[in-house]
Design a binder for this molecule. Sequence first.
Ligand code: DX5
Ligand code: ZN
Length: 223
Amino acid sequence: MSARLNPSILSADFVNFERDFGTIANCDLIHVDVMDNNFVPNLTFGLPMVARMQQITPKPLDVHLMIANVDRWAVGYAETGAFSVTFHAEASENPVKLARALRAAGARAGVAIKPGTDVETFLDELAEFDQLLVMTVEPGFGGQGLIEETLSKVTKARRRIDAEKLDVWLQVDGGVDETNIERIAQMGADTFVAGSAVFKAEDRAKQIENLRDLANLGLSHRH
Ligand code: DX5
Ligand code: ZN
């Protein structure tokens, strides 16, 4: 298992995405935060922007939908060619049904849970998803501190993924930086979103390498 490092473009320059994508070219996937000022109290962009992003980078897009009524909208993102589409369980009437529709549309299907949402309900359904996103901050804004209590969900999910030998990526998003990424990897996360930690760095490419190296170190020391 090796770590994936996905910079969140929530911290990028919104009128210079093409230029900023160039500064993170050594990343694994590009994490694209879609917010609707409804499911979360912040607003970013929607389907036409994501479709356009797809055209300006060869990198796979890791779309994170923080939108209400997601059963209506998520498949459209898969149809733009997004490599991965992750929606919030709290915003879906039927997460398993939606995941099946995303896979049928050719995307990897991810399910995300907010800090207050229990992971247990999803452990029995993990095989239906390609990624579980454990939010380590309240979704909505970059630059927040990681909520420690969320990490027990990473440990629980990793235990189940390993026990059932599932091919499910375990992603964390929010407050991930060089001070905690190794420890989170040691708990079993394999896919790391980092917004401010990457975009604030003077040399973003070097910071991506640094974060991924630390994560791989943590993965190699898993107990
Ligand atoms: C928060 C978003 C994150 C955010 C992470 O709701 O889902 O992807 O950009 O930013 P940092 O890494 O700065 O916490
Ligand atoms: Zn995100």
